[in-house]
Ligand binder design. Structure first.
Ligand SMILES: [Zn+2]
Length: 596
């Protein structure tokens, strides 16, 4: 299961290497940062940060100007970091480009961080802040206040320690390769054999994967054991009861509580798990098996070859067709996608040297989106482009807000922007597949994935709630808790036989990198999916209105609290059974209508 990042959150540096950036005039002229400043080192920007820190502010108007200057500097620096990240993703085999990126991450960004914090504090504590009556400023204060309140000098080395441990996890995971039929493969590469129609091949690949993962189970448990006390300590240093309370504030979860997440999980157990069981029952029948084994979940139940929405080398055709899908929703969206192509902000085709995955990144100074992905001619690419397209529309819609800090929405809503495009786009798969059976199959694949993901989200989320409210637990206890949650949300024993994999099941959470790298970040995907599905239902009743609401909500960027962004999109910020129930009924009916 891979996830795509919505936005790259680096703050800082330059792009002399990129001819596009030098040749074109900036659409938003600089008024504070010198027009000819090329950010190459920390020293290039340090005086600008210092000037902002030291500048006396004697009126509300001066505070507003100061904030605009800060935003401009931050956008310039952010774009440099983003550009270097994009370059690195496109050329992982170019040492000079890698070095530029690492220089940003190691030498520029960490030195800007404390200065950035001082500026946030200066704004939040300014005596003139209260006199700025535009509600945008109250939103900004709400967003920055937790950063100021949680900041502790003594937590900086602890954070670094955690980053190193996360790297250790990465290194262990990246080194996991297997020899499959004479070929050295990464576990990702091995993954394609799980779709293989020949059952013995799938089993062989699966057993190999499990054996390889189990070899490092103790090493990964040990990384996690070392992380937990550091996370507790960070929370206590910041005056928080536990790491969950700390993260709740740090992630700016103002509009929902741990109890809401528990209720969401209950609603998933009640309304989604039965639907997943029914799909498993159908799969078992289609494959003519008494019980499914863990290697039977990804193969096409009718043994059909993979869908081919376009030929591998024709990424222009992928864009043309995605554009046609958006055109059916709204001509503005189609124009937005075309603007990415025109501005050369697409790098879609897979090729040697590109990093895996896909993302949308925002070039903050130009206020333009960039989409990166690895298209190889599969249905997955169509979904990725629709998804990242949604993030790009968000960036474009919100670009008129002068303050960078208010242009991007909370992540829960960013993913509504992207996931909605996947949901609404699923209705137009005939653009890619003239054959109606294939179009229906593409749509079906999408909805099945949506349903299957929700119980996994509940599992990962509830597991983390347990972990961080049971300080001092043993490995045995956390393994038991994981198995308890898997029994509640996971596949039913009525249809599945997992015998022989008991040890692997106990350690299955090791593969979810979020637990190691971005703790607590996961429920967002579920909250956003509910938003996307609500929008999909609205669009079936009144597509024009649904799309108008969608765009209006995107335009608000981060200027409104989460519940208001949802209501601007014409949907409810609610993740109880009251909202989830009807959505799952509608999805279930849709699946019943679609041929298998
Ligand atoms: Zn996304």
């Amino acid at each position: 299961m891979t996830f795509r990042i919505a936005r790259i959150d680096w703050r800082a540096l330059s792009n002399a290497k990129d001819p596009r950036m030098v040749a074109t005039t900036a659409p938003y002229p600089r008024t504070f940062v010198p027009a000819d400043l090329k950010v190459q080192t920390f020293a290039d920007v340090e005086p600008l940060y210092r000037e902002l820190i030291d500048r006396p502010i004697d009126s509300p108007a001066a505070l507003e100007r100061w904030l605009a200057n800060f935003s401009e500097l931050s956008s310039v620096v952010d774009q440099v970091g983003t550009r270097r990240y994009i370059d690195k993703s496109c050329h992982t085999d170019d040492a000079a480009i890698q070095a530029l990126y690492m220089q940003f991450v190691e030498e520029i960004e960490p030195r800007i961080k404390p200065l950035y914090f001082q500026l946030q504090k200066k704004f939040v504590q300014s005596p003139h802040r209260e006199q700025l009556t535009d509600p945008r400023y109250a939103m900004l204060e709400r967003q920055w206040r937790p950063d100021v309140e949680l900041f502790r000098e003594e937590n900086i080395p602890l954070q670094t320690e955690l980053t190193k441990l996360a790297n250790e996890y990465d290194t262990i995971s990246a080194a996991m390769t297997v020899n499959f039929r004479g070929e050295e493969l990464t576990l990702q590469q091995l993954g394609r054999f799980f779709e293989e129609p020949d059952r013995a091949t799938r089993e062989e690949a699966y057993r190999l994967m499990v054996a390889r993962r189990l070899r490092d189970k103790d090493a990964i448990e040990s990384v996690f054991d070392r992380m937990l006390p550091i996370r507790d300590e960070i929370a206590h240093n910041a005056g928080q009861q536990d790491f969950r309370a700390f993260m709740w504030k740090a992630m700016k979860r103002f509009d929902y509580t741990p109890d809401d997440c528990a209720r969401f999980a209950d609603a998933i157990a009640e309304t989604v798990v039965p639907l997943v069981n029914e799909l498993d029952r159908q799969r078992k029948a289609d494959l003519k098996l008494d019980k499914l084994r863990p290697w039977d979940t990804q193969v096409d139940p009718k043994n059909r070859p993979p869908l081919r929405p376009y030929k591998q080398d024709e990424t222009d055709l992928l864009v043309d067709r995605a554009k046609a899908v958006f055109e059916r929703m709204s001509p503005e969206l189609a124009n937005d996608l075309e603007s990415l192509r025109r501005n050369k902000n697409l790098d879609l085709a897979s090729r040697k040297g590109k990093q895996p995955g896909g993302y949308q990144a925002t070039l903050e100074e130009r206020r333009e989106p960039f989409i990166f992905m690895n298209a190889v001619g599969l249905q997955r690419d169509v979904e990725t482009l629709l998804h990242e397209g949604g993030h790009a529309f968000h960036t474009i819609a919100a670009k008129d807000e002068p303050l960078q800090f208010l242009r991007s929405a909370p992540i829960e809503f960013c993913e509504v922007a992207s996931m909605s495009m996947e949901a609404l786009g699923a209705e137009h798969m005939d653009v890619f597949y003239p054959d109606a059976t294939e179009a229906a199959r593409a749509k079906r694949t999408y909805f099945e994935k949506v349903i299957a993901l929700l119980p996994w989200i509940a599992t990962i989320d509830q597991y983390q709630h347990w972990i961080y409210t049971h300080s001092g637990h043993t490995r045995q206890q956390r393994g038991d808790e994981w198995l308890r949650l898997r029994t509640r949300f996971g596949p039913s024993r009525e249809h599945f036989d997992f015998s022989g994999f008991e040890d692997y099941q106990r350690h299955e959470w090791h593969r979810q990198l979020h637990l190691f790298q971005i703790p607590f970040y996961y429920v967002e995907y579920g909250i956003a999916q509910l938003g996307a599905l609500q929008l999909w239902m609205k669009a079936r009743e009144n597509p024009r209105q649904a799309l108008a609401n969608y765009r209006a909500a995107l335009t608000l960027g981060g200027k409104r609290p989460l519940p208001e962004l949802f209501s601007a999109a014409g949907i409810r910020f609610d993740f109880s059974a009251k909202t989830l129930g009807p959505l799952m009924r509608a999805v279930g009916e849709e699946l019943d209508r679609l041929p298998r």
